[in-house]
Write a protein that binds this ligand. Structure first.
Ligand SMILES: NC(=O)c1ccc[n+]([C@@H]2O[C@H](COP(=O)([O-])OP(=O)(O)OC[C@H]3O[C@@H](n4cnc5c(N)ncnc54)[C@H](O)[C@@H]3O)[C@@H](O)[C@H]2O)c1
Length: 449
């Protein structure tokens, strides 16, 4: 089938590559010429495991192409996917300007039947706005071509995006026209073989399902972070508590890890957008407000621990950071806790030595050259001469370092474990001062300065 995808970011590129890999003829359109030039040279602008190989194989097979030519894009696909960004507006609601710009582009150019598929995460009612925008352009041109608008939200996780797309938990198809459900069923058939994952529903429910999923996951994280702060102060270990509650099948183990607060391009903006939607319809979402507030507070927790350890005097201190991306297996630093930490450290007069397996370029792009930031070639190099090490992102290579070498390389052996990946008792034996998240280490005598 012929597919056009507007937006070649995390979602558009993965969708395009996976649909091409199942035999479709896919054209990806982006207004960012730099991105399109890179893609046409066989370079991938983002890091996502397996994506480079998948893109290259499908380009080679002639099933996947990239262009900035919108005319070509609208002429190409029966399916016109919208996978552009929906960032937060100044007031936190979703900014729909990019989605509606694509809708306008389609309306300005289409000459025969098109299915406009909204894959971007958008507030309830956006499909109506997309429909009106396309229709207004058709009316302006005096063209009476049919089209449908479908809500098909994407649930992929960065870091495992291809796996999620190829083996989805569900394929939500929100439409008011059964004909489009069947066409989308056909498009998704290769990813729907073992059992039927297509969930047809009305458009508004589909739009809300995406926000509900992200809000639920963010709520689990904020709940555990709040509990970790309680555990810390009452001398309990949140890791024990996590095991204790995770074993209850009604609760489960997934997404109950305490940490440095959630980041990324989705949870922060989607929780905010849903909360703003609720406010606009006079239905205040008190729980979502709390989820956001807990997260904002949690993003400061690593800094507070460092600040407390050095009794408020961070001037001239060197802090090593392991992990800059908002989670492992991505280079995405949008809303990453590392950014809050680094910016707070700089403000307090400290210097940062940092390493991340994938996000070094992105860090350079965001912060540029600065005297108080050294981007190191390895995690071992980052700790050289450091007054403390903070583990911000739980990349696999950080899990079992050689603690003897680590201690020898550091100026003072202080570890702030932002993801609870180390054993506090073991680190105490190795001679480290250890701070975790919600592990009650001060009350339990594990911190010996
Ligand atoms: N990143 C994720 O993990 C994820 C997962 C599920 C859903 N989503 C949602 O999917 C949407 C896209 O997210 P993303 O992370 O891929 O964004 P992104 O910022 O990585 O990519 C968006 C791309 O759209 C392009 N663009 C903007 N306007 C355009 C236009 N008029 N025509 C063509 N291209 C245009 C931009 O240049 C950019 O390359 C968002 O709504 C997001 O909430 C993201």
């Amino acid at each position: 089938m012929k597919v056009t995808i507007f937006g070649s970011g995390y979602v558009g590129l993965v969708t395009g590559a996976c649909l091409a890999d199942s035999g479709n003829d896919v054209l990806c359109v982006d207004i960012d010429q730099r991105k399109i030039d890179m893609l046409n040279r066989g370079e991938i602008p983002i890091f996502e495991p397996g994506l480079e190989e998948l893109v290259q194989a499908n380009v080679k097979a002639g099933r996947l192409g990239f262009t900035s030519d919108i005319d070509e894009g609208v002429a190409h696909g029966l399916f016109q996917f919208i996978a552009v960004g929906t960032p937060s507006d100044e007031d936190g609601s979703a900014d729909l300007q990019y989605v509606l710009a694509v809708a306008k582009s389609i309306g300005e150019r289409m000459v025969d039947y098109r299915i406009v598929v909204d894959k971007s995460t958008v507030p309830v009612g956006t499909a109506d706005k997309v429909r009106m925008t396309v229709q207004a352009e058709l009316d302006r041109r005096d063209v009476t071509t049919e089209f449908d608008v479908v809500s098909n939200p994407e649930f992929l996780k960065e870091g495992d995006a291809i796996g999620d797309f190829m083996k989805p938990d569900r394929i939500v198809v929100g439409t008011d026209n059964p004909r489009t459900t069947e066409l989308l069923r056909e498009l998704y058939a290769p990813f729907n073989r073992s059992h039927d994952r297509v969930m047809p529903m009305d458009i508004r429910s589909a739009e809300l399902t995406k926000y509900a999923a992200n809000a639920m996951l963010a709520t689990k994280i904020s709940f555990m972070n709040e509990l970790s702060n309680i555990a810390e102060r009452v001398g309990a270990d949140i890791e024990m508590v996590r095991h204790g509650i995770g074993s209850d099948s009604r609760i489960g183990y997934s997404f109950i890890y305490p940490g440095a607060g959630y980041g990324g391009s989705c949870f922060p903006k989607d929780v905010q957008a849903l909360e703003r939607t609720a406010r606009q319809i006079d239905c205040p979402a008190t729980l979502l407000q709390a989820v956001e507030a807990v997260n904002r507070n949690q993003k400061r927790t690593l800094f507070r621990k460092i600040e407390a350890h050095f009794e408020g005097d961070l001037k001239g201190k060197t802090i090593a950071l392991w992990g800059l991306a908002f989670k492992p297996n991505t280079d995405d630093m949008r809303e990453a806790p590392s950014r809050v930490l680094m910016e707070s450290l700089w403000e307090a007069g400290a210097t940062v030595r940092a390493f991340d397996p994938q996000a070094m370029e992105e860090t350079k792009r965001i912060y540029g050259e600065r005297d108080d930031l050294t981007l190191c070639a390895s995690n071992e190099q980052a700790v050289e001469g450091a007054d403390a090490l903070v583990v911000v992102t739980e990349w696999k290579p950080f899990r079992s370092p050689d603690f003897t070498r680590l201690k020898a390389a550091m100026k003072t052996p202080v570890i702030v474990d932002g993801r609870n990946i180390y054993d506090p008792e073991m680190l105490k034996r190795e001679g480290f001062v250890y701070y975790g998240i919600g592990r009650g280490e001060i009350m339990r005598g594990l911190v010996v300065k």
